[in-house]
Ligand binder design. Structure first.
Ligand SMILES: [Zn+2]
Length: 530
């Protein structure tokens, strides 16, 4: 009889805390709703002590999301655990997730504590969490590098204090498969009273082995897997949810477990996350990349046309991947558009549909064939949740192979129109500088990429920009037939996000680097969220 594996999604916690992936409250709620549709078992909503924004997001998600367990992270101290519980109070199924480092390296250099002190703290913290909440998860941070006998003692302390889930993270992405598997087997064997407790994996992709290690952990006895959509997360990222789920599904002949994930929602979940963070997956990304199911070689194409199972181990429809066929043209109506968006996993509200239809007809005037990719690019651009402080009214640029380029932009803010021009070595840079002159928040470009959307020379250009503003990074993405205009719009999105976040930060005074604030809040980027 195959056993169930619980899928613990940490896109909104471990994923969201990585550079370039931050989301605001509305964006987190939208992602949480999609994760509920995907039917994850546990949704880690945030780290409430980290910032006021994180706290509010956890509270809002706990109040709305009913089906999955909603978890919140807390270090093993009173302030953190109480704050996590405050955030979770409205949840239908709350879980406090507390953690403390247990490796000698962390004890010596980070915590400055002895093994005995840490052991006591684990017991105390889990018991405190348990006094608020029936469901308590404990993670010995850096378990992968913790002395095995001591790890077993720590796990035993947590179980005795009432932990319902024990998560053994490979925090730094260091373990090899056999080691990770063995750790679970040892804990399962060595900890008295472990039978009623669920063991959990948490892996990072520093050596490209996060998903493989997750499967190894399951072989060792884990029945919960912690992962993120698109594998976003600290450094090289966390284990990708879609890859774990599909590996289990496709190889059920040798992996004796199952998940209850609705795999048809995987592509839509990946797309939504990309839309909200501006962080796109590479084309050849397993399961959700644009090329994941594209067969280029003639002999493969021939085989697939005769029977897909010749070269396809997964049917694209089973992960909700749209076919790359022409679906709509100039004469398609609102109804057809709404239906296609629904099939692609986008639930548009009436005003959103109106806006999408307007953009669609403009695009259809310029482009004969509208592909699914065009439709996705269209919503990705037009439904940003950041309130547009400045919107682009007019844009002009002159580029030359000799000398400098010039750009003129006209931006509107609260009904008032501003315009300015700038010159630079290239037309995109000139546009960015002109925008800077108006917004007054100059940014530095950290990453800039251009892709074409759909096949054909009439395909639009999709520009992604990652910019640094006052020490923080923001991403923007836009699509246009004019590359420089798309770049200007993408950059303006970054600037709008920066202006919005800076305003919020002023309101909450919770952003000064690395310090503890008056209200007990600490900066969210402190080293500790594992
Ligand atoms: Zn992690």
């Amino acid at each position: 009889m195959p056993e169930k594996v619980f899928v613990f999604d940490t896109t909104l916690r471990d994923g969201e805390q990585s550079p370039g992936c931050s989301m605001n409250l509305d964006e987190k709620l939208e992602m949480a709703r999609q994760l509920e549709r995907l039917e994850v078992d546990i949704l880690e909503a945030g780290f409430p002590i980290a910032s006021q924004g994180d706290f509010e997001a956890v509270r809002a998600i706990a109040a709305e999301i009913r089906r999955p367990i909603v978890a919140a992270l807390a270090r093993a101290n009173e302030l953190d655990i109480k704050r996590a519980w405050e955030g979770l109070v409205g949840a239908a199924k709350p879980r406090i997730h507390t953690f403390l480092a247990t490796s000698d390296i962390h004890l010596k250099y980070k915590l400055h504590k002895t093994r005995e002190e840490v052991l006591k703290q684990i017991q105390w913290a889990v018991a405190l969490a348990k006094s608020f909440c029936q469901d308590v998860e404990f993670s010995p941070e850096d378990a992968g590098r913790t002395d095995r006998q001591y790890l077993i003692e720590c796990c035993h302390a947590a179980v005795e204090a009432g932990a319902t889930v024990l998560n053994l993270p490979d925090t730094v992405g260091y373990c090899l498969e056999p080691e990770y598997e063995q750790m679970f087997a040892d804990v399962k064997k060595g900890v008295p009273g472990i039978n009623g407790v669920i063991l959990s994996t948490h892996t990072h992709d520093d050596l490209g082995m996060a998903v493989a290690n997750t499967l190894a952990g399951m072989r060792g006895g884990a029945r919960q897997v912690e992962c993120t959509i698109n594998g976003i997360g600290e450094r090289a990222g966390n284990a990708a949810l879609e890859e774990i789920v599909m590996a289990i599904k496709v190889r059920k002949d040798v992996i004796p477990v199952y998940t209850e994930i609705r795999t048809e929602e995987l592509f839509a979940s990946s797309q939504l996350l990309t839309r909200l963070t501006g962080m796109a997956v590479q084309r050849n990304k397993a399961i959700v990349g644009r090329n994941a199911f594209a067969h280029e070689a003639g002999i493969h194409q021939d085989g697939v046309l005769k029977n897909a199972i010749t070269y396809e181990i997964i049917q694209p429809q089973s992960v909700g991947m749209p076919s790359n066929s022409i679906v709509l043209g100039k004469h398609s109506g609102r109804h057809a558009l709404a239906k296609r968006y629904e099939e692609l996993g986008y639930q548009l509200t009436k005003p959103e549909l109106e806006r999408a239809y307007e953009l669609f007809t403009t695009l259809a005037d310029r482009k004969k064939n509208i592909y699914d990719e065009d439709l996705i690019a269209l919503v990705n651009e037009s439904f940003q949740h950041i309130p547009e402080m400045f919107s682009l009214k007019l844009f002009q640029s002159v580029a030359s192979s000799e000398g400098r380029s010039t750009a003129t932009v006209e931006l509107e803010k609260d009904g008032e129109v501003f315009h300015d021009s700038a010159t630079a070595d290239g037309p995109c840079d000139a546009a960015f500088r002109a925008i800077d002159r108006i917004t007054g928040v100059p940014g530095t470009i950290m990453d800039f990429s251009v892709h074409t959307v759909g096949p054909g020379t009439d395909g639009a250009a999709e520009v992604s920009v990652r910019g640094r503003f006052e020490g923080r990074e923001f991403t923007g993405k836009s699509t246009s037939h004019n590359v420089v205009e798309a770049a200007a719009r993408a950059y303006l999105q970054c600037a709008n996000k920066a202006a919005y976040e800076l305003k919020r930060a002023e309101e909450h005074a919770a952003l000064s680097a690395g310090s503890v604030h008056k209200n007990g809040m600490v900066d969210r980027f402190f080293p500790g969220g594992y």
